[in-house]
Design a protein around this ligand. Structure first.
Ligand code: ADE
Ligand code: ZN
Length: 349
């Protein structure tokens, strides 16, 4: 009987993280430091009190605190620090490539200009890549609780950044219940006309029908979460046949009460259905765990095998936005890692 895969072994897996919100990497310590630096008052005296406030009954309760937390981000330097720190953490997890989201409207609605936010994040990511050797992409998400016209205004401001490759596609997030994807049909048609990569949060709290309309109406290339797609077997078959990546976030699902405990998480069914599932941190500062913590927690809860973990890492590279040469390089490194694991397993049995 081979030993269970260890945290160190999972850290060593060459893998991509494809679903992590930069604002969701804002740890309480940095939130307090930025509030101080910007002369802002927070309702919490210290990091322990902030963490104690992170007890959520559902997605909306989290979002209310999340939008409040990101309010400490104001200046170019704040955005640089946030993004560079996120890159350092990705490297520490053994993530070789990270695709980050951010919510431009969560900042422009407070009066921070789009180019301060985006320019600062891009500078921090570039510095992080230089220092920690992790490649990255940056995808602006549209806020689904705001009107589609607001999204279209944001896209027009982002257009030069999207067209010259500084930004890497369009996503959709925020409150899901009662905000079906089709409300953003015009925004996604705008992105499709420009040949942009498209993804959307769907099936996190919302029904399987929202995953279907993200696919059919928004024409997405990936689905963020997608858990509730499992309620529609025909949809699962389509997602598997199309090879649509699903960026799953177990600790987020646990903390937002999508599942009562990790042993009830649907990842096993997703793998068995042949879905291209990947493991991600979502909002690690709020949900108590990074990408690697998600690997370790779900591997323990579901007793995932070495083969399962290799599949998850391979999926993450395959459905990433890496260019073909970089993808091939990381997949070759993963195959070598798998070969070494097979040798160890052979010796163990
Ligand atoms: N924004 C940040 N994290 C999110 C999540 N898990 N779902 C929807 N919107 C989000
Ligand atoms: Zn998310």
């Amino acid at each position: 009987m081979p030993a269970r895969p260890t945290r160190d072994w999972m850290r060593g897996l060459p893998k991509a993280e494809l679903h992590v919100h930069l604002e969701g990497t804002l740890e309480p310590e940095m939130m307090l430091a930025l509030a101080r630096r910007n002369g802002l008052a927070l309702p919490w005296p210290d990091a322990a009190t902030i963490r104690a406030a992170y007890a959520f009954g559902n997605l909306q309760e989290f979002l209310d605190l999340y939008y409040r937390g990101m309010g400490v981000l104001l200046t170019h330097a704040d955005y640089v620090d946030l993004a560079c720190t996120a890159m350092e953490r990705a490297a520490a997890d053994g993530v070789v490539h990270a695709e980050f989201f951010y919510d431009p409207q969560g900042h422009t609605s407070r009066g921070v200009p789009f180019d301060v936010v985006t320019g600062g994040l891009l500078a921090g990511l570039a510095e992080g890549e230089r220092r920690f050797g992790v490649s990255w992409r940056l995808i602006p998400n549209l806020l689904r609780h705001l009107p589609e016209d607001d999204a279209l205004t944001t896209l027009r401001v982002a257009e030069p950044w999207l067209l010259d490759g500084r930004l890497h596609g369009v996503g959709l997030d925020s409150s899901e219940r009662d905000f079906p994807p089709e409300r953003f049909a015009r925004a996604y048609a705008w992105a499709a006309e420009r040949g942009l990569f498209r993804t959307a949060h769907a099936g996190e709290e919302g029904p399987a029908a929202y995953v279907a309309t993200a696919l059919d109406v928004l024409g997405v290339h990936r689905i963020d979460h997608g858990n509730r797609a499992l309620e529609d077997p025909a949809l699962v078959s389509r997602l598997a046949a199309l090879g649509i990546g699903l960026t799953v976030c177990p600790l987020s699902n646990l903390r937002l009460r999508g599942v009562a405990c990790l042993t009830e998480h649907p990842l096993r069914q997703m793998l068995d259905a042949g879905l291209k599932v990947t493991l991600n941190g979502d909002d690690p500062a709020y949900f108590g765990g990074t990408c690697l913590d998600n690997f370790v927690a779900i591997a323990d809860a579901l007793e995932l095998s070495v083969a399962d973990l290799l599949t998850l890492a391979r999926n993450s590279l395959e459905v990433s936005l890496l260019d073909p040469a970089a993808k091939a390089r990381h997949l070759t490194a993963l195959a070598a890692y798998a070969g070494a694991a097979a040798l160890v397993e052979g010796a163990d049995t």
